[in-house]
Design a protein around this ligand. Structure first.
Ligand code: GLP
Length: 237
């Protein structure tokens, strides 16, 4: 728990850098990093870019798998998760483009197999929706789900309208998402959440019963699950 979003994000970025640097990559076994989008990780990415620029970390031996992407808008759309990732991280660091994976209609059926081919995800960074969803695993998603297409709930569409000039009609109605099982299969999961709006999701994640209505609760079963939150997000604990 850190006082505010700035400090929580800095802690997470330092943690990821530490993990990447402690890992001994080989040609067959790079550091495989699962990544989210959204406002929660924005400052983590800004810090990772800063650490790359001052020589503290390199992404040359890092392979990334993003957790989700909208269906129905082109990758070039400014609000696609593809655009988000290039804007906030990929275009600023030394990751080779061939090592970047973002789910799409073309690759999603092979996505989990591809992750497995790289030896599985070392660290999955996650945000959480205020209704407790991880990636786009909306309430009711199977806890054993893998990468697939999901219809978004009204709550998620409304929450994400802020990225589409507040226009609910412009928000895609479905998305491709890794499954709950895809996230749980990572060797380590780090969840970042900030603000009062996430307090109930944080409470469910730590104190709720494991339930597909709050998919974040599945992480309670994970042997290496780290939550990085600011004080406001702990208000319901
Ligand atoms: C979206 C994303 C999630 C993200 C969540 C919270 O629905 N699919 O991956 O964790 O929103 O977003 P934010 O970090 O903007 O609050």
């Amino acid at each position: 728990i850190r006082e505010n979003k700035q400090q929580t994000s800095l802690w997470v970025a330092e943690y990821i850098v530490h993990r990447i640097n402690a890992f001994k990559p080989s040609k067959d076994r790079p550091f495989v990093l699962g990544l989210p989008t959204g406002s929660s990780p924005e400052l983590v990415y800004a810090n990772l870019v800063k650490f790359y620029k001052n020589g503290r970390v390199s992404f040359k031996h890092v392979v990334t798998f993003n957790m989700d992407e909208y269906v129905g808008i082109p990758t070039s759309h400014p609000q696609s998760y593809h655009s988000f990732m290039f804007k906030h991280l990929f275009q600023h660091v030394d990751i080779p483009p061939s090592q970047i994976h973002i789910p799409s209609l073309e690759n999603y059926q092979q996505y989990d197999d591809l992750i497995a081919k790289y030896g599985g995800i070392e660290l999955f960074l996650c945000g959480v929706g205020s209704d407790g969803h991880i990636a786009f695993n909306e309430p009711g998603s199977s806890l054993s789900s893998k990468t697939r297409i999901k219809t978004l709930t009204k709550e998620t569409i409304m929450a994400n309208a802020r990225f589409f000039d507040g226009n609910i009609e412009a928000v895609p109605k479905s998305a491709i998402t890794v499954g709950v099982k895809t996230v749980i299969d990572a060797r380590e999961v780090v969840l970042i959440a900030d603000g009062r709006g996430k307090a109930e999701a944080v409470r469910q994640a730590l104190e709720g019963s494991i339930s597909h209505m709050w998919t974040v609760t599945a992480l309670q079963m994970h042997p290496k699950f780290v939550m990085a939150v600011d004080e406001a997000a702990t208000e319901e604990l």
